[in-house]
Ligand binder design. Sequence first.
Ligand code: PBG
Length: 322
Amino acid sequence: MSFPTTRLRRLRSTEVTRNMIRETKLTRDDLIMPLFVRYGQNVKNPISSMPGNYQLSVDLLVEECKRLYNKGVQSILLFGIPEHKDEHGLVACQENGIVQQAARAIKKAVPQLFIVADVCNCEYTTHGHCGTIIDGDVDNDSTLITLSKQSVSLAESGVDMIAPSDMMDGRVAAIRAALDENSFKNMPIMAYSAKYASAFYGPFRDAAESAPQFGNRATYQMDPANSNEAIREVELDIFEGADIVMVKPALSYLDIIRRVKDEFNIPIAAYNVSGEFSMIKAAAEKGWIDEERITLEVLTSIKRAGSDVIISYHTQDVVDKL
Ligand code: PBG
């Protein structure tokens, strides 16, 4: 049946029918807000390339978590900026590590807030790479040891989910085994499975003070030109025990999200990363775009592509509009 019998505009003609047939609905349940915790007291350092985001010391982070929770944010993703860094990122494996301190304090003050902990070494190593350096490159298998230790330590501090973002081979299996051996069988793992070596992480590296001091991350993060390889990465992570698989960044990779959705039956997360956020903020500051509409359109498109979970710095701006 075609025109004039079929007229798709009929159901677009009123708000009620538009709402009735809407295929994708963004909700508060979908969103995770990333936060940066820094050593010190009473610290609130604005991140200049990410308006509205701060490096916060534990005391102020707790206040921020209360504010966000009251606004409707249900889940946060924590990144830490430690006072001292070391060769291997061991500072992140300690009971008094910065994220561990933050998790304990948040769980005391806002126990219902769901805490996801990013697991990686780049914020904790002197060289800014995601693992232990041997012969000028990140050594995969020795890095699995620090990632596993960091994960167990974070679990002990009370976080609700572990999210490895390092892109080492075999890390989901290693972390799963370490968690299971330490009585954390029920701790879910959200793996950054298809994580690309992307220029969109630029503002984040200022925020987390995690830029590599030499070279780049191309020997471990994925080539932005590849799609089949993303399927292999996701398949391996599922096989190793990931509970949620992630595609990152989101917007230049909506095709990858859709492919993963079509090929696997597993919850998918997408990371709407710092550069994607900052571009919208910058254009909005110039008055070139309608920030609220664009933000909702972007987040809806990520969900429409197939993502169940969306990690986004926009969360705090949109959560009370959903
Ligand atoms: C740590 C990590 C990064 C991001 C999340 N976890 C940076 C990187 O890989 O260099 C980026 C997040 C963002 O840009 O918002 N490995």
